[in-house]
Design a protein around this ligand. Structure first.
Ligand SMILES: [Zn+2]
Length: 254
């Protein structure tokens, strides 16, 4: 059994097929549990509704409340206090398993770092108070990220789609973070954590793994990431499945 711990399948425009087809393809590939990740208050609401609807139909689908830093800088309309209050209500959902994606992203010019840090502080306070694990998105911003992270006592959490330096990877592991591994591993030369500290994700519809580059990504392709890991770590596919699924259970209690 495999888990896609970070995907965005609740948005109809971001799906390669109907939800029925997406779930069927996932099951055919041994992917039984899926966490769909919110990227703004509006998007998180879509994730909640999607997860609750499909859970009623028997799928093991969960969601997180998130606010991607770039979305916040570009689109925030409500006051942040208002958003956080709405999040507090929303995460009472039986299918909610965490907070994220949140973090810092300094990759693009003009992405107001100060505003990003203000958002991160508020949302991490929520995660700490509500004892929810976090899926972090951090890009070219670890210098500012670590001091903020150190100020909180969070549940065991995850750096999603890690592709930064070996140095920051080492720091992340020392701080108890797990690493979300996706299709990037199958085609990019990046630093890797020990198998004991990774979980799988697709980040669908982005970052499609080899050999499906050029197609839209979907949760069933976690199988291809697991095959890459079996090859890379030189352990059986069954062992890879067991370790990464146990890790996902430990973090998200699913
Ligand atoms: Zn994502």
């Amino acid at each position: 059994m495999l888990v896609d711990t970070h995907t965005h399948i609740h948005d109809g425009f971001d799906r390669d097929g109907t939800p029925e087809q997406i779930f069927a393809h996932a099951h055919e590939n041994g992917v039984d549990k899926i966490i769909t990740i919110g990227t703004s208050p509006e998007d998180s609401e879509k994730a909640r509704i999607f997860a609750e609807e499909w859970a009623l139909k028997g799928e093991k689908i969960y969601w997180t409340w998130g606010y991607h830093p770039n979305n916040y800088v570009e689109n925030c309309r409500n006051s942040l206090t208002n958003d956080i209050n709405m999040a507090l209500e929303a995460i009472k959902s039986p299918q909610n398993v965490g907070i994220g994606e949140i973090g810092l992203d300094y990759h693009f010019d003009g992405r107001d770092p100060e505003k990003q840090r203000e958002l991160l502080l508020q949302v991490l306070q929520l995660a700490q108070d509500q004892k929810k694990p976090v899926s972090f998105h951090v890009r070219e911003a670890f210098g500012d990220f670590w001091p903020i992270f150190d100020n909180f006592h969070l549940q065991t959490s995850v750096l999603h789609s890690y592709s930064d330096s070996k140095k920051n990877l080492k720091i992340a592991l020392e701080k108890g973070l797990y690493i979300g591994v996706n299709g990037l591993a199958t085609f990019a030369d990046i630093a890797h954590a020990p198998l004991e500290r990774i979980i799988f994700e697709t980040d669908a519809p982005y970052l499609t793994p080899a050999p499906f580059r050029g197609k839209m990504n979907k949760p069933g392709y976690v199988r291809n990431i697991a095959e890459w890991a079996s090859d890379y770590y030189k352990v059986s596919l069954a062992e890879v499945e067991k370790i990464t699924t146990d890790n996902a259970k430990l973090i998200y209690k699913i």
